[in-house]
Design a protein around this ligand. Structure first.
Ligand code: NDP
Ligand code: 8X3
Length: 251
C-alpha cells in the first residue's frame, strides 16, 4: 500500500535520507524545509512521487494551515516524520546565548507540537496514521553543553509517550526515535556555526551511524503491521555507549 508521508527538515541529513527511502519503497513524500531550492533538487532526482513544500516549522500560521494548504490529493497524510530540529552551541548554561536557546525551543519543541496539532485530527478521523518523532540520546543522557538541546529532546520523547496515551483506542501509532552519534548530516556544522574543523572533530576516529541507518529505522517501524507500535527506539553506533556518572574529586 502506498503511503503519503510528510517529512519536516527534508533538505538535508536524516530528512533527505528518509525522503529518498520512502520514495524508493513506493510511497509518496511531502518534503518540507526552509531551503526551497534543495526541495526542488530532490524532486528533480526522485520525480513526481515527491512534492516539494517549503515550510518553516516555527511559522505557526503556516503550520496551522496544514494540511488544508497542500494540493488536492496530498492532504490525507499517513505518516508524519517530525524530523526538523537543531542544536546550537555547546557552551555551559551559564555562558550560553539565550537567543540560541529560544531558536532550539521554537524549532524542536514548538514547531514539532504545532505540526502534530495540525495533522493529528485527520489521522484520528481516518483511524490510521503514524507519527515518528526524532528525539535523541540527549533526551536521556546529559552531557556538558547539552543543556537546552537535551531538554528539548526530553520534551520530544515525553510528548511522544503522552501522545500514545491519548491515542489509545485509535489506530494511530506513535514512535519516538532516539539516535546517538550520527555523521553525514549538517547537524554539527549547524551546531558550530559553520566551523568545519569543529564539526569534523565530533566524528574523528569513529564509525558513526549514517542518515541511511536512521531512514532504515523509520522505514522499519512504519512497515510493521498496524497492530504493532514501537513506542521508543534508542539507536547508537557500536562505538558509543552511555558513560558512568561523572565525579569531581578534590585536589
Ligand atoms: P541536519 O542539520 O542535517 O538537518 C536538519 C533539518 O532540519 C534540515 O533539513 C533543516 O532544513 C531542518 N530545519 C531546521 N530548522 C528548521 C525550521 N525552522 N523549519 C523547517 N525545517 C528546519 O540535521 P540531522 O539530519 O542530523 O538531524 C535531524 C534531526 O535528528 C534533528 O531533530 C536532530 O536534533 C536529530 N538528531 C540528530 C542527531 C545527529 O547526531 N545528527 C542525533 C540524534 C538526533 P532547512 O535548514 O532547509 O530549513
Ligand atoms: C544529537 C546527538 O549527542 O550530539 O542529538 O546530542 S548529541
Amino acid at each position: 500500500m502506498s503511503l503519503t508521508v510528510l517529512i519536516t527538515g527534508a533538505t538535508a541529513g536524516f530528512g533527505e535520507a528518509i525522503a529518498r527511502r520512502f520514495v524508493h519503497d513506493g510511497h509518496r513524500v511531502i518534503a518540507t524545509g526552509r531551503r526551497a531550492e534543495r526541495l526542488e533538487a530532490l524532486q528533480q532526482e526522485l520525480g513526481s512521487a515527491l512534492l516539494p513544500f517549503p515550510l518553516d516549522v516555527t511559522d505557526a500560521t503556516a503550520a496551522a494551515a496544514l494540511p488544508g494548504s497542500l494540493p488536492e490529493g496530498w492532504r490525507e497524510i499517513d505518516v508524519l516524520v517530525n524530523n526538523a530540529g537543531l542544536a546550537l552551541g555547546t557552551s555551559p548554561a551559564y555562558q550560553a546565548n539565550v537567543a540560541e536557546w529560544d531558536t532550539m525551543v521554537a524549532t524542536n519543541v514548538s514547531g514539532l507540537i504545532r505540526l502534530t496539532h495540525a495533522i493529528l485530527p485527520g489521522m484520528v478521523e481516518r483511524d490510521r496514521g503514524h507519527i515518528v518523532n526524532l528525539s535523541s540520546s540527549a533526551a536521556t543522557y546529559p552531557y556538558p553543553g547539552g543543556n537546552v538541546y537535551g531538554a528539548t529532546k526530553a520534551f520530544v520523547s515525553q510528548f511522544s509517550l503522552n501522545l500514545k496515551a491519548d491515542l489509545l483506542g485509535t489506530g494511530v501509532r506513535v514512535t519516538d526515535l532516539e539516535p546517538g552519534l550520527v555523521g553525514g548530516s549538517e547537524f554539527s556544522k549547524v551546531r558550530f556555526s559553520g566551523n568545519a574543523d569543529k564539526a569534523a572533530a565530533v566524528y574523528a576516529g569513529t564509525t558513526p551511524l549514517s542518515p541511511q541507518d536512521i531512514a532504515e529505522a523509520v522505514a522499519w517501524v512504519v512497515s510493521l503491521p498496524p497492530h504493532v507500535n514501537i513506542n521508543r527506539m534508542e539507536i547508537m553506533p557500536t562505538c558509543q555507549a552511555p558513560g558512568p556518572l561523572a565525579i569531581k574529586r578534590r585536589g
